[in-house]
Structures are given as structure tokens and as C-alpha cells.
Design a protein around this ligand. Structure first.
Ligand code: ZN
Length: 479
């Protein structure tokens, strides 16, 4: 290299570094907000065109936060990404505060929250972010993966359901293709031996919620511990678009239009999954939503608990916002018939069909769920009707008789006394006293390490694949 060329090169190098530093200094905005959180937004130039990173760094006496999240320059998308990080931070801080008040707390503890992300890009407009969340409580660390995909042109989120033709069993297809792809791995025998595959690949939304869209394939991510407890890294499965056939609707960078109902699934999927090593319980509420349901959701959110609502179609139509909020809080929505006019086992086919379909329509107007479970009114069911309905039928093994025991303490004690791992509790969110019993129940059972999860999550976590036409009373009793 000639001397002149060398000089030019070093000039460019120094210049380039200077430009980067200047960019960081100029574009970094430090905002000290009320919570004492330092917000630093740096628009680092990088190969990731148009993207930048925002960070929230904060230190408290007993905690440390280092959260990084992407920004795209598209207002709606950026607000969604900011909220996503903020929600994690808020719930972390409330966790720390609750712990500081508890008896187990010691002064030298330090809890850490970390959020980081990687970018996968299909095209200039279609981009996916895969987030890694880590929470360290003193010495115990837990991690979680979740993703967000966006169409920047229309500033809309992309959920899996949007990528596939309506009414197509895409989860079944993904389960099949994922299993196929895993069988090509060198460590497949080892994975198979552990026996987690069937459970983890069951065709429910939760299992496929972490995905990204690359140029020519769909990436599915399975965190440590889900497919194998011995392989200490995320298992990534690549499904070529070509294998997805005609039902796959992302073609030439074009997506089908965005459906508002998809939006709810994104926040619903952000909740941490149940820990199989701890006991869990499914609170279920029939006959709502009602005027008391928002208060119930306040309680569930306050204690980071989830529940399952078996709604009446005619109530769901009126309380759409409440239903949407329940979904956003990670709750599952089931079908309890349209207007509670009688027992499913006594109805002619036309009436039964109308009871079920009209309610499904009311639910689907708010949220896209792959399969809507049914709880028949009065729990009245037989195998013939269950087969006709063709979805999992959920009954219960603990009945609070809250319609009769209209007393907060009696209802709470009934649940606390009978609780066991895998129980399904029957309650009604149309009674004030039932709703007021919830904080008592949650507080008492949380002390015994109980987790409050949805029916579907509980069944799947306990290794039961929810099947159409089967009747479930708890994770112990299945017909
Ligand atoms: Zn009922």
C-alpha cells in the first residue's frame, strides 16, 4: 500500500470512529424520570438500517436494571416496544419492593433485571425482534424468550395467525414440521429420550409464540428446558417458507391486512410460563363478564395471577372491553353457551349449535384463539355431546358453590382448604363476594408457592395434551 493510500485509510478510520462517537453523543438523550430511571436513547449507526436501541439503566439499593430494546423510527411500533420494556421494568420493581417487605429479605441482596434482543429481518419492512429476559433473584436466575414481529410499512404487529389462511390448522402443521426438523439434528436421540417433545410441541399458541421471520424461513425458538434440560442453549428450528405451502400468506413481502383481534395475543403471550416444579391451580369463572369482572382483573393483575373465563355469548357481546382486558392479562377465554337457557344434553342439534357458535363469534370478535374450550352450563355433559362439540370440555373438581355461599370468607376458605396441585376451581364472576374472595385466596395460596394459571397452561405443563371431545375435571381426572 502506498504511503498516500495509507494516510487516506487511517484518516477514514479515525473519521469513521469520530462519526460514530459524535452520533452517540449527539443522539443520546438522558432523561431522569420520576422513578429515578435513566433513559438513554442512542441512535447507533449500524448495518441494521433504520433501527436504533433504547436503554433503561437503573440502580437501586437492592436491584439493578439493564434493559435494551429496539426502536424503528415508526411511531406506533416504537411505542409498543417501549411499553413492552416498561411493563417488564414495572413488574420487576414491584417484585423487588414486595420482597424487601418480606421476612426472607436480607440487606446484602441484589436482584438483577436484564433485557436484550436480537434482530431478524425478512425485508426492509418486515422485521422481528427476539427478546431475552433474565431475572436474577440473589443467586437464582431465570430466563425467558419472547418475540415481536412488525410490518413497518403499516406499523402493525405480525402474529403467527396473520401469516396463515383462516381456519387452517397451522399449529398442527408447525408441530409436524418442527418434529421433522428436530429429527434431523445430531442430538435428536438425546432430545427424544428426555420425553419433553410431545408436550412442548403440542399444537397450542403458547408453544409457538416465539418466532421470527427471516428472508426465506420461519424461525421457531424453544428456550432451555422446554425441549431438553441437558442442551444448555435455545433450540432454534428453521422452517423454510416453501414447506408451509399455500396456506402461508407471506408472499413477495406482502402480508394480509392486520386484524385488531391479533393485537391481544401479543400481550397475552408475554406472560412467563408456569414453573412445573411448583404447584399450580386454575381459577375458572363462569356466567360473566359482569360489572364485577374489571375489579377481578385488577386483583389478578396485582398478584400476577391468571384465570380462565367461561363466558356467556350475550355477556361477551356487551363486555367486549372487559374481555379484551382479560386476554391482555394472560387469561384464557372459554365458551359457556350463549344465554344459559338449559342443559346441552337436553338440546336439539340446531339449538346446541347456535348456543356454541354464537358464543364463539362473540369471543372471536375480540380475540383470535386457536381453539375455544367449552364448559357446558350446569356442567351437564355426556360423551355423545362432547364428541359433537369436538373441543376440550372443562369441568371442575372444586366447587365453591359461590352462588349459594354468598360470603367472601366462606368462598375463600373453601378454595384454600381444598386446593391441590392441578385443581380446577369453579366460581362465578357475576357475584361481588366471589370477586372479593380472590385476594384472600391468592395471598394464602401464594404462601404455599401456588401459581395461578389458565386451564390450558396447567394441562400442558402437567403433560396432558388437551384433546377434542375429552372431559377434564383436574389434571388428575380425565374422562
Ligand atoms: Zn353457568
Amino acid at each position: 500500500m502506498s504511503r498516500k493510500k495509507k494516510n487516506i485509510m487511517s484518516f477514514f478510520c479515525v473519521g469513521f470512529i469520530a462519526v460514530i462517537i459524535a452520533t452517540i453523543i449527539i443522539n443520546s438523550v438522558f432523561v431522569k424520570n420520576e422513578g429515578g430511571i435513566q433513559l438513554a436513547i442512542g441512535k447507533h449507526s449500524s448495518a441494521l438500517i433504520g433501527l436504533s436501541m433504547a436503554s433503561v439503566i437503573d440502580y437501586g439499593d437492592h436491584y439493578q436494571i439493564a434493559c435494551h430494546y429496539p426502536q424503528t423510527g415508526h411511531k406506533k411500533v416504537d411505542e409498543d416496544l417501549r411499553l413492552l420494556a416498561q411493563e417488564e421494568i414495572d413488574s420487576f420493581i414491584s417484585l423487588v419492593k414486595a420482597h424487601e417487605q418480606s421476612e426472607r429479605f436480607t440487606q446484602d441482596e441484589k436482584w438483577l433485571l436484564g433485557l436484550d434482543f436480537t434482530v431478524v429481518r425478512h425485508s426492509e419492512d418486515i422485521v422481528s425482534f427476539v427478546f431475552e429476559y433474565s431475572l436474577t433473584k440473589d443467586k437464582e436466575e431465570s430466563t425467558r424468550l419472547f418475540s415481536g414481529s412488525y410490518d413497518l410499512k403499516t406499523e402493525t404487529p405480525i402474529v403467527l395467525g396473520r401469516l396463515f389462511a383462516n381456519d387452517y390448522d397451522y399449529l398442527g402443521l408447525l408441530a409436524y414440521l418442527t418434529k421433522n426438523s428436530l429429527s434431523q439434528r445430531e442430538d435428536y436421540e438425546q432430545i427424544k429420550e428426555e420425553g419433553l417433545i410431545n408436550n412442548t410441541l403440542t399444537a397450542i399458541n403458547d408453544n409457538y409464540s416465539c418466532f421470527a421471520l427471516a428472508k426465506k424461513h420461519l424461525c421457531l425458538y424453544f428456550p432451555v428446558g422446554t425441549l431438553s434440560t441437558k442442551i444448555m442453549q435455545t433450540i432454534e428450528v428453521e422452517i423454510p417458507f416453501s414447506a408451509l405451502g399455500d396456506c402461508f400468506l407471506l408472499k413477495n413481502g406482502q402480508l394480509p391486512p392486520f386484524n385488531e383481534a391479533d393485537l391481544l395475543y401479543i400481550s397475552a403471550n408475554r406472560h412467563p410460563k408456569a414453573d412445573p416444579d411448583k404447584p399450580m391451580i386454575a381459577l375458572t369463572f363462569d356466567d360473566g363478564p359482569s360489572i364485577y369482572t374489571p375489579k377481578l382483573l385488577d386483583y389478578l393483575e396485582e398478584y400476577d395471577a391468571r384465570a380462565t373465563f367461561f363466558v356467556l355469548g350475550n355477556r361477551a357481546e356487551i363486555y367486549q372491553e372487559t374481555l379484551a382486558r382479560a386476554v391482555q392479562a394472560g387469561c384464557q377465554i372459554g365458551n359457556h353457551g350463549y344465554n344459559h337457557i338449559g342443559e346441552f344434553t337436553q338440546m336439539d342439534d340446531t339449538t346446541l349449535e347456535a348456543q356454541v357458535n354464537n358464543t364463539n363469534c362473540a369471543i372471536e370478535a375480540v380475540v383470535n384463539q386457536s381453539r375455544i374450550y367449552i364448559r357446558p352450563p350446569y356442567g351437564s355433559i355426556n360423551q355423545e355431546v362432547a364428541d359433537k362439540l369436538g373441543v376440550p370440555i372443562i369441568l371442575w373438581d372444586i366447587d365453591t358453590k359461590d352462588w349459594k355461599n354468598n360470603d367472601t370468607k366462606i368462598i375463600a376458605n373453601q378454595v384454600i382448604k381444598c386446593a391441590h396441585d392441578g385443581a380446577i376451581i369453579l366460581m362465578h364472576d357475576c357475584y361481588f363476594n366471589t370477586v372479593e374472595a380472590i385476594p384472600l385466596i391468592i395471598k394464602a395460596l401464594k404462601e404455599q408457592e401456588y401459581q395461578f394459571v389458565t386451564v390450558e397452561e396447567m394441562l400442558v405443563t402437567r403433560g396432558i395434551e388437551p384433546a377434542g371431545g375429552k372431559i377434564y375435571y383436574s389434571t388428575r381426572v380425565i374422562k
